[in-house]
Write a protein of this length. Structure first.
Ligand code: PBG
Length: 322
């Protein structure tokens, strides 16, 4: 059966019809809002490469977290700017570390907002790499122990989900073991399972002050041309105990999101990263794109591809618009 009996345009002829047959709908519950916490009080420093996003001291962060909760957003994910950095990234696993303190403060004030801890060392190491350096490269197995310690410190502070973003082999298992031995066997792991070495993280490195001081992250993050390898990474993380899997970035990697959703039965998260956000905002500022429509379309399409959860710097703006 074809034209003229079938006329797909019939169902597009009014907003009411289009809405009635819409296959994908966004809700504030889809979103996780990334936030940057820094030392001090009353600090609210706009990140120049990510307009509308701020480095926030704990007091300011708590206020914004409460706002996110009232907008119905699913959760926040925290990145820390420590007072000082060292080669081993010790602020990441100290009980007084910036993120641990922030988690405790936020958890006291919210009840319906997930507080997710990004588990990685790059924000805390003086060299800006995601682990322990041996001979100019990150040593995988030595890093696992540090990541596990960081996850336990975040768990002790009250994190609802542990989200390792480092891309070391075996880190989900190491973190799962450490959490279980320390009495956190019910705490879920959201693993950045397929995280690519992407140029689109550029603005984030200004936000988190985490640019590598030498080299790049290509020896641990995935190579952008590879899709099958992503399935292998995800399968390994699931075997090691991941509860939610993530693909990152989102929009240039929708094929990976789609395939992850088809092949695995765990919830899938996708991270609309800093560069994806900043490109849309910059184009809108130039008058080249409509901000609201670009935001809505990008997020809808990430969900359509299969994301159950979307990490996005638009979380609050989008939730308000819905
Ligand atoms: C830490 C981390 C990064 C991002 C999230 N966690 C940076 C990186 O890997 O260099 C990027 C997020 C973004 O660009 O929005 N490893």
């Amino acid at each position: 059966m074809g034209f003229p009996i079938m006329r797909p345009r019939r169902l597009r002829s009014s907003q009411a019809l289009r809405k009635a047959v819409q296959e994908t709908q966004l809700s504030p519950r889809d979103f996780i809002y990334p936030m940057f916490v820094c030392p001090g009080e009353n600090v609210r420093r706009e990140i120049s490469a990510m307009p509308g996003n701020y480095q926030l001291s704990i007091d300011q962060l708590v206020a914004e977290a409460k706002e996110a909760e009232s907008l119905g957003i699913a959760g926040i994910i925290l990145f820390g700017l420590p007072e000082s950095k060292d080669p081993e990234g010790s602020d990441a696993y100290s009980d007084d570390g910036i993120v641990q303190r922030a988690i405790r403060a936020v958890k006291q004030e919210v009840s319906d907002l997930l507080v997710i801890a990004d588990t990685c060392l790059c924000e805390y190491t003086s060299h800006g790499h995601c682990g322990h350096i041996v001979d100019g490269d990150v040593d995988n197995d030595a890093t696992l122990e540090l990541l596990a310690k960081s996850a336990v410190a975040q768990a002790r502070a009250g994190a609802d989900i542990i989200a390792p973003s480092d891309m070391m082999d075996g880190r989900v298992e190491a973190i799962r073991d450490a959490l279980d031995t320390n009495g956190f066997d019910t705490l879920p792991i959201l693993s950045y399972a397929a995280k690519y070495a992407s140029v689109f993280y550029g603005p984030f490195r200004e936000a988190a002050e985490s640019a590598p001081q030498f080299g790049d992250r290509r020896s641990y993050q995935m190579d952008p041309p590879n899709q099958r390898e992503a399935m292998r990474e995800i399968a390994l993380d699931i075997e090691e105990g991941a509860d939610i899997i993530m693909v990152k970035p989102a929009m240039p990697y929708l094929d990976v999101v789609f395939r992850a959703k088809q092949e695995f039965d765990l919830p899938v998260a996708a991270y609309q990263v800093s560069g994806e956000y900043s490109m849309i905002v910059a184009a809108a500022r130039n008058g080249w794109l409509d901000l609201d429509r670009a935001m809505t379309e990008s997020l809808t399409c990430i969900k359509r591809a299969g994301a159950d959860l979307i990490l996005t710097y638009f979380a609050k703006t989008m939730a308000r618009a819905l």
